[in-house]
Design a binder for this molecule. Structure first.
Ligand code: GTP
Ligand code: MG
Length: 473
């Protein structure tokens, strides 16, 4: 799979429509998040075009007046006549070349929007933006899912490359995926995202002229995608079977998973708890691979910690589905730590996104603890207010060793509370298996008699039942 080679620091304009039921604050937060996503992709946001509407306009998302305003920034015509340029923008050419997508053109249906003019309350642009300095922006990023037709219409009217939120996320995933498995998962999501956007191009003139029938060329592309998807799914299934194996071997171990919104600090806590060197970065979706490590210093029995991919609002469904191993990791943990960036004013809605995704896969039955991270950025009053609201939550900073020690104690206490004590008799002939006892339990006392060694152990009921069975056999 080709690696995207985005030109450095293209200039982008963000487009958002504030729909009914979305407050000004929420809308601003959505756009701020999109700006961070776009930044992660390596683009600078130089302007934001935002509009209040009762619904998204079918043809271009924006109303006619706002579309003109947008086009004035990018240097496009701002109109959707069939005479508008069909040529791809330079930025899209590069993007599509990097993405291995066929260059296409089309005459998407242009819808009449005359009845669609509504209030056009522009939100004040953020102060960081300066559209007048430097070259014109060549990328338009829309904070909504666009149909393939809307995307093409917007490209025609603006002369810029247009991406929607899902496209941005898919692209970040594509660039950050490291392991073989994550790369396969991302490619599946990416092909699923791209396939319908190719479908719309049936009948493109250039295509028909250049390659014979547009339909058959498209059919060929579609078949290629279908074949590749089948191949990827097969490969992924094989990897996942392998992983299931490993996971089932870990089933009786003590496992805690760090879950939460992207950038909450999961990997930072993973590092602090396990001494591992997983990537920590002030980026969205820094982590796309699930990592499992033993908590350090090691406990008896060992406690395994998993770092997982972060969530985000409006995460394309295919992407969620493709990160199955992260979700499985969460499902099989005995304890979920919901990590929240307490310094982010939108932490509550971020937590809700995490809860919803995990509820959808049935992981809400797993015992969990709320962890307010980045507490070093809060003052005492802010911390007190949060704890008053959530008395059971832990308030800490991944950067403070004392706080991490406190979290560690809490994790250990959680497992302690679900452990039971039992006696195991290990016949002398079976001493080779004693290692497994130490792996899964804490040995409280040990004695020897004629039947073998007698161990008083503490462990999870499931692990003790298995060991008892092992030594009775
Ligand atoms: N001030 C402060 N910054 C933190 C804390 N924990 C993490 N950070 C910073 O927050 C950013 C994101 O941290 P990560 O640990 O990569 O977050 P993550 O949840 O793994 O993010 P993704 O992998 O992108 O989902 C980094 O710049 C960290 O240094 C904290 O307790 N205090
Ligand atoms: Mg991470």
């Amino acid at each position: 799979m080709a690696i995207s080679t985005h030109p450095d620091r293209l200039r982008a304009v963000l487009v958002g429509v504030q729909l009914p039921g979305v407050s000004d604050v929420e809308h601003a937060a959505d756009l701020a998040e999109l700006r961070r996503l776009v930044h992660t992709l390596g683009y600078d946001t130089v302007a934001t075009v935002s509009q209040k509407r009762t619904r998204l306009a079918t043809g271009t998302v924006l109303g006619t007046g706002k579309l003109k305003e947008l086009a004035a920034l990018t240097g496009g015509s701002g109109v959707l006549t069939s005479g508008a340029s069909d040529r791809m923008s330079k930025a899209r050419e590069k993007w599509e070349a990097a993405a291995n997508v066929e260059a296409e053109s089309e005459d998407a249906a242009v819808e009449d929007e005359s009845d669609d003019v509504e209030q056009e309350d522009a939100l004040p642009p953020s102060s960081e933006e300066d559209v007048t300095a430097g070259p014109r922006p060549t990328v338009v990023v829309v904070d909504h899912e666009l149909s393939p037709g809307q995307l093409r219409n917007l490209e025609k009217a603006t002369g810029a490359m247009v991406l929607d939120r899902a496209g941005v996320i898919v692209d970040i995933f594509h660039r950050h995926a490291k392991s073989h498995e994550a790369r396969m998962q991302v490619e599946i999501a990416r092909l699923n995202y791209l396939a319908p956007r190719m479908r719309e191009s049936t009948g493109g003139r250039e295509r028909q002229q250049g390659r014979g029938s547009g339909d058959s060329a498209l059919e060929l592309d579609r078949r290629k995608i279908r074949d590749r998807l089948a191949e990827l799914r097969e490969g992924l299934a094989a990897i996942q079977k392998d992983q299931e194996h490993r996971r089932s071997a870990r089933r009786d171990l003590l496992r805690v998973a760090l879950v939460g919104y992207t950038n909450a600090g999961k990997s930072s806590l993973m590092r602090a708890l396990t001494g591992s060197t997983v990537l920590v970065a002030d980026q969205l979706f820094a982590t796309l691979d699930t990592t499992v490590r033993a908590m350090q210093p090691e406990t008896r029995p060992r406690i395994l910690v998993s770092d997982t991919v972060g969530f985000i609002q409006k995460l394309p469904h295919d992407l969620v589905a493709s990160f199955r191993s992260t979700l499985d990791e969460a499902l099989e943990a005995s304890l979920l730590l919901y990590v929240v960036d307490a310094s982010d004013p939108t932490w509550a809605s971020q937590l809700e996104v995490t809860r919803t995704v995990l509820r959808d896969i049935g992981a809400d039955a797993v015992p969990s603890k709320l962890v307010f991270n980045k507490a070093d950025r809060l003052d005492a009053a802010e911390k007190d207010a949060l704890l008053a609201q959530h008395p059971d939550a832990l308030m800490l900073s991944a950067h403070l060793p004392d706080d991490v020690a406190m979290l560690r104690k809490n994790i250990i206490a959680f497992f302690e509370s679900s452990m039971v004590e039992a006696d195991l008799v290990i016949p002398y002939a079976r001493q080779a298996h004693i290692r497994e006892v130490y792996e899964h339990t804490t040995v409280v006392a040990q004695a020897y008699d004629e039947s073998g060694s007698r161990l008083r152990v503490r462990g999870l009921p499931g692990a003790i039942a298995k060991l008892t069975q092992l030594f009775q056999a």
